[in-house]
Design a protein around this ligand. Structure first.
Ligand SMILES: *[C@@H]1O[C@H](CO)[C@@H](O)[C@H](O)[C@H]1NC(C)=O
Ligand SMILES: *[C@@H]1O[C@H](CO)[C@@H](O)[C@H](O)[C@H]1NC(C)=O
Ligand SMILES: *[C@@H]1O[C@H](CO)[C@@H](O)[C@H](O)[C@H]1NC(C)=O
Ligand SMILES: *[C@@H]1O[C@H](CO)[C@@H](O)[C@H](O)[C@H]1NC(C)=O
Ligand SMILES: *[C@@H]1O[C@H](CO)[C@@H](O)[C@H](O)[C@H]1NC(C)=O
Ligand SMILES: *[C@@H]1O[C@H](CO)[C@@H](O)[C@H](O)[C@H]1NC(C)=O
Length: 245
């Protein structure tokens, strides 16, 4: 009897705490920065160049990192400034796998990714410094190893095209999850162009299925450079090896 009463009291206190807490500005503010999963976003450099009036010389012919993004939070700490020196121990990897496709100086891109996404991801202990955030992202990128798996299942950039379903099935067979595949919508008489692949990760850094597009708010406010990309339609898809096709 006594234990039941105690239990009831506890439950009541719990709800009270929740209710009162949500009314305070402090909690409301941290609620605003709540997120559930991470996107490890890969982009295809040739498509990035096509989206920016081909303003690149020799884009890499492999998928590079766009960023590691919490799904529902941005710019969580404006006073945590980017410091490129934190990346000095793995600068070569940064340049090779996380380059700014459009500019020779990558610093602005990395700063943007840190300020917009890293400051939110930093809520996790494993990502709570700039060094950890960038280094861990490189580590997941290597683990996912998208470039070699795509080649292994025979999906290669070139003048031919693929059914989106074939690409999806290939990725599913490798990863046992379906990443989000984003495309540049077709220009008149042409096909959609594959541009970005987003893998969804839990806060424990395991791969998970992404939610359905309609329940995903994040695509509404993505980085400017990707504003033209949307979820690929189930149709023929280019995976371009050249900017001019
Ligand atoms: C924001 O970042 C600064 C600098 O790292 C830190 O001192 C501060 O505690 C952070 N604020 C929050 C709310 O995490
Ligand atoms: C930037 O990072 C380096 C290396 O960790 C550190 O020595 C330096 O004090 C930092 N600079 C600022 C302004 O925080
Ligand atoms: C890149 O840009 C940053 C920030 O503006 C600047 O501090 C740095 O000197 C530039 N690096 C090179 C190699 O030009
Ligand atoms: C992802 O969804 C597919 C298809 O519904 C399912 O077969 C697979 O087990 C799921 N993967 C995970 C890791 O939940
Ligand atoms: C997919 O189809 C919808 C509806 O026709 C269209 O609005 C959207 O732009 C298409 N997306 C792509 C990547 O082509
Ligand atoms: C994105 O666009 C907004 C408004 O158009 C601009 O204020 C912001 O600086 C842009 N961000 C980047 C990274 O270009």
């Amino acid at each position: 009897m006594k234990s039941v009463t105690t239990y009831g009291l506890l439950v009541e206190c719990f709800w009270l705490a929740l209710f009162c807490g949500s009314a305070t500005p402090l909690l409301a503010d941290s609620d605003h920065h709540k997120w559930d999963k991470l996107y490890l976003v890969h982009h295809w450099p040739v498509t990035v160049c096509m989206m920016n009036d081909n303003e690149c010389k020799d884009p890499p012919m492999y998928w590079t990192i766009h960023g590691l993004w919490p799904d529902k939070a941005e710019e969580c700490n404006r006073s945590w400034h980017f410091n490129v020196s934190e990346l000095k121990d793995f600068m070569e990897d940064m340049r090779e796998y996380w380059p700014d496709i459009l500019h020779t100086n990558h610093t602005h891109f990395w700063r943007h990714e840190w300020e917009k996404h890293g400051t939110c991801a930093a809520e996790l202990e494993a990502l709570n410094s700039q060094k950890k955030y960038f280094q861990k992202t490189l580590e997941f990128y290597r683990k996912i190893n998208l470039n070699s798996f795509l080649l292994k299942v025979g999906i290669k950039p070139g003048p031919t095209y693929y059914q989106l379903a074939a690409i999806k099935e290939a990725l599913e067979s490798v990863y046992n999850i379906t990443p989000k595949i984003q495309c540049l919508p077709p220009e008149e008489g042409r096909l959609q162009v594959m541009g970005q692949i987003k893998f969804c990760l839990t806060k424990e850094f395991t791969l998970r299925n992404c939610t359905e597009p309609q329940s995903d708010l994040s695509s509404a406010h993505e980085d400017n450079s990707t504003e033209d990309l949307s979820i690929c339609n189930d149709t023929l898809t280019y995976y371009p090896s050249h900017m001019h096709t």
